[in-house]
Design a protein around this ligand. Structure first.
Ligand code: ADP
Length: 662
């Protein structure tokens, strides 16, 4: 159990680390995707900022050109003021245009028509230093010069940041004055920058420390702000342009890429879940399989039947412990071994080889098994019973043969023993019969011997004092001699029949007519019948088929049954009739049977005795051995027949047995 727990633990830790890695990977991917999106937006904002700077620069340059055009109208004239008025209407970014002489004295001025003059409240003098600074730059560079920005407070409490542009006015290469334009920084942002840029963005001019000077945009605000700064370098002034962009609040899935990655991660997690479920099922199956295997192993190990599997080429692929034990080989010695197998007795190799070839050709063996002889490792031969069945693999194809092998040597030994003891028993029973007959014999022999003696005495008397010429005498003597011969022959026959019965032991089954069997036992039956005063009747048609049997044994059965029948009638029976009868029996499975019937009119068999009749040594007679009927049944059953008995009518018993037709 311990290794399984360890394996499970190992597998779980693997799964946990896989899950951990997956979560990490998904987290990093989402983070990276977010980062990527941020950097994209940041780049876009930086790009927008630099576009804005470019827009401002273009606007400023165009304005410088417009101012230069104004200079052609000549300074400080009504025409200038008109021109300047037109320009101011076209350019909202300008708050005011001035014309100053070389000493910076104001010659002409025009304010923007769009708002109240900005300097009405403060005058322009407070920003003179900046104007002077711009103009000195302009003079130095013979081009536009810009001042730093200044804050101009307004009457309504608010204020605005302004910046001055100074453009030198030359006449024939000689400086005659300056055109000064005052820019509102906020208007620069509003008018110069492409409106598309300002969607969702706020643009502003800031100082180096971040203080906002002017701004534009700022539609909405949110937590996520992207900022980009760009320097706007002008002659005489450098400003910082800052672009702030607001995006929607940060999402879990900021964009398609992240969403895709997340989706894939979920799919991955789903697949992992399915895999885990599959794994769990496999684990369950694994455990079941392990249990089934353990069960199978325990079963195989406890079996006393030898098991052996062979592949299509006859090589041994599996043996169980019982098979190895039976043969004395180890499994290692047997596995992989082909033909001839190490347990084939060398003298049988040819025959077994043929049988094996038949089997490999696909011929199925008989279901009841095949008897064979195997050889143990020590060379001992022993009988086995082999049951073989095709070995079908998981694909349903035959991969070889599976055999169950039974060691039947012990069974054979017991059978042999019982056969021997049976034979001894039979011999004993026969001798007992002979013993019984001895008295009958002496009685039977007495008659012919007495007759012989009296004929001999008579003959001697006849010979006394007579001549041999008397023809009467000669014929009498001849007759007496013939009688003596007949009687001697009769006595000889009686002795021979007993001798035959005792001596003859021919075990083989022979084809014999039922009549012959009856005739053979008749002299012995007649012996007893005469003594007991029993009449014997034989009924046997001449055209009955022959039977196949062990003659001696069947005769013994007939004799035993006849003897029992006559003994049953011995006492008070009014009619002492013994009938020996042979007739055709009912056929079974195509086999024809002959029925031998022995009936008497004796005292019959009481019901309580009926079941004990065939038990060896059961007898009701004083001098009986109780072996007769048990022997009879054994003999009949050995021939495949049955021995039965039933009451006779009006009294007595009928014993009958069947024998197969030859
Ligand atoms: P045994 O003749 O030595 O007694 P058996 O085995 O031949 O032994 O018979 C067993 C018993 O069966 C007999 O003792 C007898 O009681 C009974 N038996 C056998 N045959 C007959 C028969 N024809 N009629 C009545 N009883 C019988």
């Amino acid at each position: 159990m311990r290794p399984i727990t360890n394996r499970l633990l190992g597998r779980w830790s693997l799964w946990m680390s896989l899950l951990f890695l997956l979560v990490c990977m998904v987290g990093i991917l989402i983070w990276l995707a977010g980062r990527y999106e941020v950097s994209q937006v940041q780049t876009q904002v930086a790009q927008d900022a630099s576009d804005a700077v470019a827009d401002i620069r273009i606007g400023l340059t165009r304005n410088v050109q417009n101012l230069q055009a104004l200079q052609f109208t000549g300074p400080a004239s009504v025409a200038w003021e008109q021109e300047a008025g037109i320009l101011l209407r076209e350019h909202r970014e300008w708050l005011r245009l001035e014309w100053r002489d070389t000493r910076m004295q104001l010659q002409s001025e025009v304010d923007s028509p769009f708002r109240n003059p900005v300097f009405r409240h403060m005058g322009t003098s407070f920003q003179m230093p900046e104007v002077v600074q711009a103009c000195s730059v302009a003079q130095r560079q013979s081009g536009p010069g810009y001042s730093t920005s200044t804050y101009v407070p307004q009457a309504n409490g608010q204020g605005l940041e302004v910046m001055n542009l100074c453009l030198p006015v030359l006449n024939n290469g000689e400086l005659i004055g300056f055109t000064v334009a005052t820019y509102a920084l906020q208007e620069i942002l509003a008018n110069f920058i492409n409106t598309n840029l300002l969607r969702n963005q706020e643009i502003s001019f800031t100082e180096a420390d971040g203080t906002r000077l002017a701004m534009h945009g700022a539609v909405e605000r949110s937590e996520r702000t992207f900022s980009a700064k760009q320097l706007l370098t002008l002659p005489g002034n450098t400003m910082v342009l800052r672009l702030d962009s607001w995006r929607v609040p940060p999402n879990l899935f900021p964009n398609i890429l992240t969403a895709l990655v997340t989706l894939m991660a979920f799919a991955l997690a789903g697949v992992m879940g399915l895999l885990a479920r599959d794994m769990r099922r496999r684990q369950r199956v694994e455990v079941d399989l392990a249990e089934a295997l353990a069960f199978r192993k325990a079963m195989e190990d406890s079996l006393v039947t030898g098991l052996r599997a062979r592949d299509g080429q006859g090589r041994i692929t599996y043996v169980n412990p019982a098979f190895c034990e039976m043969l004395g080989f180890t499994a290692k010695e047997l596995l992989g071994h082909g033909i001839p197998a190490p347990y084939w007795p060398p003298e049988m190799v040819d025959e077994y080889g043929k049988r094996q070839a038949l089997r490999l050709a696909g011929n199925a063996p008989p279901r009841e098994g095949v008897e064979s002889v195997f050889m143990r490792k020590n060379g001992d031969r022993f009988a086995v019973l082999i049951f073989e069945a095709p070995l079908i693999n998981a694909k349903g194809q035959q991969a070889g043969w599976m055999s169950a092998v039974l060691d039947i040597s012990e069974q054979r030994r017991i059978e042999e023993l019982s056969r021997a003891s049976q034979e001894r028993l039979q011999a004993t029973a026969r001798l007992a019969t002979v013993g019984e007959m001895a008295s009958l014999l002496s009685h039977e022999l007495n008659q012919p011997l007495a007759a012989i003696a009296s004929y001999a005495t008579g003959s001697v008397n006849l010979l006394h004092g007579t001549t041999l010429a008397d023809p009467q005498l000669i014929s009498s003597l001849q007759e007496a001699m013939q009688r003596i011969g007949q009687q001697a022959e009769r006595a000889g026959k009686v002795i021979k029949s007993v001798h035959d019965f005792v001596r003859r032991r021919d075990q083989s089954r022979v084809d014999v007519s039922p009549r012959t069997l009856l005739d053979n036992v008749m002299p012995l039956v007649a012996l007893q019948a005469r003594k007991l005063g029993v009449r014997v009747e034989l009924r046997c048609a001449t055209d009955l088929p022959h039977v196949m049997c062990d003659r001696t044994m069947v005769e013994q059965v007939l004799l035993n049954l006849s003897r029992n029948a006559m003994q049953a009638m011995q006492d008070e029976s009014p009619h002492k009739l013994l009938t020996l009868w042979v007739r055709l029996g009912a056929p079974t499975n195509g086999q024809q049977w002959l029925e031998f019937v022995v009936s008497d009119q004796g005292h019959g068999i009481a019901e309580e005795l009926a079941e004990k009749l065939f038990t060896p040594f059961f007898t009701t007679k004083e001098e009986g051995m109780g072996l007769g009927l048990s022997l009879c049944r054994t003999v009949v059953e050995q021939h495949g027949g049955v021995l039965q008995h039933r009451p006779n009518q009006p009294r007595g018993t009928v014993f009958s047995f069947t024998l197969p037709q030859a």
